[in-house]
Design a protein around this ligand. Structure first.
Ligand SMILES: [Zn+2]
Length: 312
């Protein structure tokens, strides 16, 4: 079964992209049919201010409840995720004794509600916070208690971007993976994928660095060392990482065949918005560079393995 682990529905256009077509349920299902994809994980993105463009803000699907309600009509094709910003939650008035050490948010009412609505994971987390911020660790830990994997967008440090941020070498991601060791964590985004290369600089942690990979990056070490860490190859960041150096990419896909998830992150409903990941994997399969078993794990088997709450 082929599962696109990273899809969105809603108006994700920036103000200078109003000529593009937003993703609707209809054009998403049509794309899945066209590309012979059985199911898609639907990730709401409307919960963090950093992701919010005017078009999404005023779209029907800036309302996560409405998005999930409409998505439930496609339960044979869509796998639902809820989403939360790690800053969400009202602690009320602090007691004087709590000033230095404020209580942490209890996310269980949110997570229970998402579970009732049929959600089997949380994401895409896009808050612009340090990857090991206590609020991030708290959210990720509680998702693990609910058996829900969490998918995040990773970027480099600095203001004005979206996504959890980290320094070169992924020290914060390592701490998150340690602290939330009972949570399945799925990473994606430029800051996450640029770390496939050990010769990374701060400047190319935000972008799609090209060229051969001569030295293993921190991502490779973390995928080896942390059983709870997974990687989604969606978007330009994921595709660039596995294809910038074809030989290395093939080696990487084979080594981490149990931890890689095929996804697209298609953000537009038009044909130009489609992504090349699946045809690339099909080509590697046809050329004998990955086995049928590896192809099946990456394009669906691993997804079913980590989505423990999902009942097809
Ligand atoms: Zn996304």
């Amino acid at each position: 079964m082929i599962i696109d682990f990273h899809t969105h529905v809603g108006d994700l256009r920036s103000p200078d992209e109003m000529n593009r077509i937003p993703v609707s349920f209809n054009n998403l299902i049509n794309r899945l049919d066209d590309e012979r994809i059985e199911k898609a994980v639907l990730l709401p993105v409307s919960v963090s201010p950093e992701i919010m463009q005017a078009s999404l803000f005023f779209s029907n699907y800036s309302d996560i409840n409405r998005l999930l309600k409409d998505a439930s009509r496609y339960s044979d094709r869509l796998i639902l995720f809820g989403n939360l910003d790690p800053r969400v939650g009202c602690l009320g008035n602090l007691e004087p004794a709590e000033l230095d050490n404020p209580p942490i948010t209890d996310f269980s009412p949110f997570l229970s509600r998402f579970k009732e609505l049929g959600c089997v994971g949380i994401g895409e987390v896009t808050a612009n916070l340090p990857m090991d911020d206590n609020r991030v660790v708290n959210l990720f830990k509680q998702c693990g208690n609910f058996g829900m994997p969490v998918l995040f967008h990773g970027t480099g440090p600095g203001r004005g971007v979206y996504g959890l941020y980290d320094e070169v070498g992924s020290p914060r991601l390592e701490r998150l993976a340690q602290e939330a060791s009972n949570t399945t964590i799925v990473g994606h985004g430029p800051g996450f994928w640029a770390e496939i290369d050990g010769n990374i600089t701060l400047k190319n942690k935000y972008i799609y660095p090209k060229g051969p990979i001569r030295k293993e990056g921190s991502l490779v070490r973390l995928l080896r060392e942390y059983p709870n860490l997974y990687a989604d190859i969606s978007a330009n960041s994921g595709f660039n990482a596995i294809s910038r150096d074809k030989d290395y990419g093939v080696k990487f896909l084979n080594e981490f065949q149990d931890k890689i998830l095929y996804g697209t992150d298609v953000c537009y409903g038009d044909k130009e918005g489609r992504m090349p990941q699946l045809s690339y994997l099909r080509e590697l399969l046809d050329n004998g560079l990955i086995s049928r078993e590896v192809f099946n794990k990456i394009t669906g088997g691993n997804a079913l393995k980590i989505l423990t709450l999902y009942k097809p």
